[in-house]
Design a protein around this ligand. Structure first.
Ligand SMILES: Cc1cc2nc3c(=O)[nH]c(=O)nc-3n(C[C@H](O)[C@H](O)[C@H](O)COP(=O)(O)OP(=O)(O)OC[C@H]3O[C@@H](n4cnc5c(N)ncnc54)[C@H](O)[C@@H]3O)c2cc1C
Length: 535
């Protein structure tokens, strides 16, 4: 058992308190909402049932994309001519994407990496070269040019000079390629942690490993019960409750026994991680898979990841991983995209999967990507709001929209403060021992993560706070060293330290393992996995 006494005490001490806003869910949306609301002067409680960013926000394709995908359709001209309203929605989403891209690149350069992307154009494909020119021309006009797309349309001979394009299949039908700059989040989990720290600096109370359940209204504020480790619990009240709980929104909304209509349509997306030869480094491909869905091969340090899949998901929301079916699909799509690269299952180093919290809309059988902020008042949940289909890349705007709703009807009980959105970098301590060679993260950072960034588990430090885990395979000795450092801070006994190391290894296998190499008998032993790490 992990020692969580300080956290349980923190929870118990909140009993009876009233907040302007209770935010349920510490993913990209909830953390950003907490930051914006706290900075606007509202008293804020942010409760996350697992670790911050342990939900969909840590399972995405990590793209800060330019919005090209919103214009992708099997026959775009005919499709949008038939559905002009959808064209306007796509245009507005693309504008939003270009704005987010610009803001994040200009203000959080340390958190994003530019990648050289190629979009192949085939003579028998859905897009003519002029249509691709038109789409990029449109995107260019949607935001100021200080974060350029660097768009060039390459004719076939030029395109084939690029190793990534030369590796593509169906070369006989290749008419050329669009080359452009796309951005990637270095690690989206850290955006969430940074937002939590900003929110706290602005006065918010932030709790991870604390499940929140909504109750009834009492004297103008809604009851929310908090359930944390060691049976710690408390009842607080929120004048507004923001259910920013991603794929769990319908579950959260059903807690008070009211029948809110369905809000979420979840689609699962999986990725595989592979190592390609050196010549492909830094280059990626954005294309359409055999189902007509966007499909990417994305550079990631000295690796690449390929995906995502897109299938409706009705399974266990707390146990999402790439299964055999996803893996087969990803391998077969990869084989037709890059037939010469020999990407077979034994070349897959890691996998991961997540479920997109898309907006439920019967008119969209695969869920709607239109972000919506739902007011639950008309459905009997006065003062409750929920946001669906909000991508990581729009998290700042989502936070501002949510705070905008607060402003229309609730005055902040405190004073506003300015936000800098300054990325929090590892602490400077050149004498401290790195957690692994070249990791750029030290044991001093581990101590800092436990003391000041709510880290409670090895996964929380090695993957979410440091971002090193996805690109580095820690040796047993490295894991043990970090566990020792954390244990000293959290008061773990030797047995507790060993339990945590075992749990970490199981979590890694379950969340990032390759299906045929996963020992499901062991990794399905969810009873030993803390609730916080199960999603
Ligand atoms: C395969 C895939 C690819 C994607 N690619 C991209 C991309 O390239 N770029 C991009 O911008 N977006 C992408 N997305 C979308 C993006 O990941 C999600 O839309 C976004 O992370 C949603 O954030 P969220 O905060 O709403 O949800 P989440 O991150 O899931 O956060 C919700 C949180 O609520 C918590 N919670 C639930 N119930 C409770 C409760 N009762 N009490 C307390 N806490 C609770 C959960 O533990 C969870 O941490 C992708 C998603 C997937 C799955």
């Amino acid at each position: 058992m992990l020692k969580e006494r300080p956290l349980s005490e923190k929870i118990t001490a909140l009993d009876g308190q009233v907040f302007d806003v209770v935010v349920i869910g510490g993913g990209a949306v909830g953390c950003s909402a907490a930051r914006e609301a706290a900075a606007a002067g509202y008293s804020v409680l942010l409760a996350e049932k697992g670790d911050f960013a342990s939900g969909s926000s840590s399972r995405s394709s990590r793209l800060l994309h330019c919005g090209l995908r919103y214009f992708e359709a099997p026959n775009p001209m005919r499709y949008f001519a038939r559905h002009p309203a959808r064209f306007l929605t796509s245009l507005s989403m693309a504008r939003q994407a270009m704005r987010e891209r610009r803001e994040l690149v200009l203000t959080s350069r340390e958190r994003v990496t530019p990648i050289d992307f190629f979009f192949p154009i085939y003579s028998d494909g859905p897009y003519r070269p002029w249509q691709v020119d038109m789409a990029f021309g449109l995107l260019k006009r949607l935001a100021p040019g200080d974060v350029p797309l660097d768009y060039t349309r390459l004719k076939k001979p030029e395109a084939l000079q690029k190793p990534m394009v030369a590796a593509l299949g169906n070369r006989a039908k290749l008419a050329g390629a669009a080359q452009f700059t796309e951005y990637q989040f270095n690690w989206p989990e850290r955006l969430c942690i940074d937002a939590v720290l900003d929110a706290e600096e602005a006065g918010a109370v932030a709790l991870n490993y604390t499940e929140a359940r909504m109750g009834d209204m009492q004297n103008g504020a809604r009851k929310v019960t908090l359930h944390g480790p060691d049976n710690a619990h408390a009842t607080v009240r929120g004048r507004r409750v923001m259910a920013m709980s991603g794929i769990w929104i319908d579950k959260v909304l059903s807690a008070p026994g009211k029948r809110a209509s369905r809000k979420i349509f979840g689609t699962k997306g999986g990725h595989i991680v592979i190592r390609l030869p050196e010549e492909y480094r830094g280059q990626g491909v954005s294309t359409i898979n055999s189902w007509g869905e966007p499909f990417y091969c994305i550079p990631w340090h000295d690796l690449h990841y390929i995906g995502p899949t897109e299938t409706p998901y009705e399974g266990d929301l707390d146990d999402i991983h790439v299964d055999e079916h996803d893996l087969e699909f990803l391998l077969s799509e990869t084989a037709s995209l890059f037939p010469g690269l020999g990407v077979t299952r034994d070349k897959v180093i890691r996998t991961w999967a997540g479920v997109r919290p898309l907006t439920y809309d019967p008119a969209h059988p695969k869920g709607s990507r239109a972000r919506e902020l739902h007011d639950l008042g008309p459905e009997g949940l006065e003062g409750v709001y929920a946001m669906t289909a909000a991508p990581v890349m729009s998290h700042r705007d989502s936070g501002r929209k949510i705070t905008g709703v607060l402003h229309s009807g609730l005055s902040p009980s405190g004073t506003a403060s300015a936000l800098s959105y300054r990325p929090r970098l590892p602490i400077e301590n050149s004498n401290a021992q790195p957690i692994a060679e070249g990791a750029g993260y030290t044991l001093a950072d581990v101590r800092h993560a436990v003391r000041h960034e709510h880290a409670r588990t090895l996964l929380g430090v090695l993957f979410r706070r440091s971002g090193v885990g996805l690109r580095h395979w820690f040796s047993d000795a490295e894991i043990a060293r970090v566990a020792e450092e954390m244990g000293a801070e959290l008061g773990w006994s030797e047995a507790e330290r060993e339990t945590e190391i075992d749990r970490y290894k199981r979590d890694i296998t379950r969340l990032y393992g390759v299906p045929n190499r996963r020992d499901r008998a062991e990794t399905n032993d969810d009873a030993t996995i803390p609730q916080g790490e199960r999603a």
